[in-house]
Design a protein around this ligand. Structure first.
Ligand code: S3P
Length: 176
């Protein structure tokens, strides 16, 4: 699938594997990959955890919106989005204007197995358990589903396999 016409945005809950999948997908497609969290860290010169602590979640959400404006000018690439990117309608609109949105899904148990050792996600600090992940996921799911052009289930498969699934689905979804 050479010749990407727009970006491919990977959305989904924390720890679903967006970053590793975007690396695998960008390799298959021969395009570059970006990560909105990483772009924010580079721009602010400070970790996500520190941004939440010092400036609060609202400020972080505004940074996410600003990053989407920067991304608009990039050559088509694969973008791994922070798990809360869909929380602002404005962000969904901006993503739709510059590409397609792919939702990666997994069960709360799979998510927990991926994030349990991590200290870098402020929203899960003190909430590192399956019931909390399930609750937050259920709250967010309508937004994820509404934003997504298509959904890829990732339980039990590795990022490379997830990336291949995206390519197969994308080719069916986007007529040549
Ligand atoms: C968040 C997800 C994180 C990061 C921040 C907030 C969220 O990114 O943007 O901690 O609200 O779901 P990952 O989805 O890459 O963990």
């Amino acid at each position: 699938m050479a010749n990407l016409k727009g970006h491919i945005f990977l959305i989904g809950f924390m720890g679903v594997g967006k970053t590793s999948t975007s690396k695998a997908l960008s390799r298959i497609l021969g395009v570059s990959d970006r990560d909105t969290d990483l772009m924010i860290v580079e721009k602010e010169g400070c970790s996500i955890a520190k941004i939440f602590e010092k400036k609060g979640e609202k400020y972080f959400r505004s940074l996410e919106t600003g990053i989407l404006d920067d991304i608009k000018n990039f050559k088509p690439c694969v973008i791994s989005c922070g798990g809360g990117m869909v929380l602002r309608e404005e962000n969904i609109r901006k993503m739709k204007e510059s590409g397609r949105i792919v939702l990666l899904s997994a069960t709360p148990e799979t998510i927990y197995s991926h994030v349990k050792g991590s200290q870098s996600r402020p929203l899960l600090n003190g909430n590192m358990n399956v019931p909390y992940i399930k609750k937050l996921m259920e709250e967010r799911m309508p937004k994820y589903i509404a934003a997504a052009d298509f959904v890829i289930e990732t339980d039990g498969i590795n990022p490379k396999e997830v990336a291949s699934k995206i390519v197969d689905t994308y080719l069916k979804y986007i007529p040549k």
